[in-house]
Design a protein around this ligand. Sequence first.
Ligand code: SF4
Length: 490
Amino acid sequence: MKRIIYIPFDHLHRNFGALKEADPKQDVMAMVESARMTTGRNWHKERLFFLISSARHFAESLKDEGFTVEYVKAATTIDGLETIKAKHKLSEVICAEPSSFRQFEALQKCGVTFIANDFFLTPRPLFKEWADSQKSFLMENFYRLQRSRLNNLMEKGKPTGGAWNFDKENRLPPPKKYEGPAYLEHKRDQIDIEVAKELGHTPTTTWATTRKGALDQLKNFIDNHFAEFGPLEDAMTTDNWALHHSLLSPYLNNGLIHAEEVIAEAVKAFNSGKVPIESAEGFIRQIIGWREYVNGMYWFLGPDYRENNQLKATRKLLPLFTDSNKTKMNCIKETVADIEERAWVHHIPRLMLLSNLALVTGTNPQEFLDWMREVFIDATEWVMVPNVIGMGVHADGGAMMTKPYAAGGAYISRMSNYCKPCVYNPKLRTGEDACPFTTLYWDFLDRHKETFAKNHRMSQQFFGLNRLSDLPELKQRAKEVLEGLEQGTI
Ligand code: SF4
């Protein structure tokens, strides 16, 4: 019987999802470019370009394979599907479980039949089984189980290299004037040019929009960056915007490449002896640990989780997030400028600069979450909700993380080259030259001392707070800093 197979823009893989069982002779492939998706929010144009051009390329590849492909533009996904159903006089629509609660509900209402989502290595029921059995949802526990279950970097039931993680080796600051190998550039074709024209955007050459490009990126990472990935994975430098990060998350998240394929190549490279264990483990942890954990937690925590605001943070989104010229803080200026250029910075600026700033300034978590969703090339709902609400701004009362990721200028100064040319001094917490991060870090601890009083993992931080002799001056400076940040003058 003829069926419609609906392919969301993040299921772009021939061998996974509903497509793996598709029959070119029978099935109609449905793809919908919805106005809600393209103009519904203030999306970064580089992100829209990447998602739309990848989908259009994918539609073409299916046509080349002999499929009947309906790629329509419509007000909503459901409107588009109704148009395709009417045109082909078909009622059955199949789709792999979508990747957000909102889409799940919309498709369910319109009668779509779901098959299990296999774009991850951990089936949703399996993750739920693990989470149900836990008192606290420590990623480390989940990760160790994944290593054993998937048999990655394991020898006779023990972790390869004798340890589950090599975090100590993987915390190097950036070397001075570090260039590293050149990054891969992706040439633009006719489809890219058309999409860019429609969006009124001049895309970078950073992001591939085809399966071949995504595989080239994987090969480039394995050949040129993987060995050095680990030690520098937390470093930040203005000398090199990507260091040795893989830049694979956009393709993993829109389906052009599958985690299974990435892990297979990573393990092969490690087994060849060219990659040290700290890099192999650090990278594999990101894929089979963090990525799977965050997706699992999104579904486990439920649709209301994104509305959490347990620290009662009410400040409106600061102007520096949407305009890098609205701050003198060098670390934030450089980071936001990078995002403006290519819709990407790696996990440490996301966590220790952007989220840290939202946390210590008491920015409303939902406003910050919306901004993060809009500006990053790889920002799917499932990845951003737990990462921002749970990990980034601790708005969930500690459901995911045992303590907030708040840090002052000392951490940023140690892990980057941002501070030297900055007008502020990371060592100072009061006075006009004080680093806003340092001032606001202590102010944050003081504002929330009752909330975290019983958190033994923060006892050292509160010990430090209690020893501050200049708390009244610091509180005054914090007030000035927050006003300056709101006005875009700090
Ligand atoms: Fe950022 Fe503070 Fe360093 Fe300036 S001194 S770059 S504001 S951490």
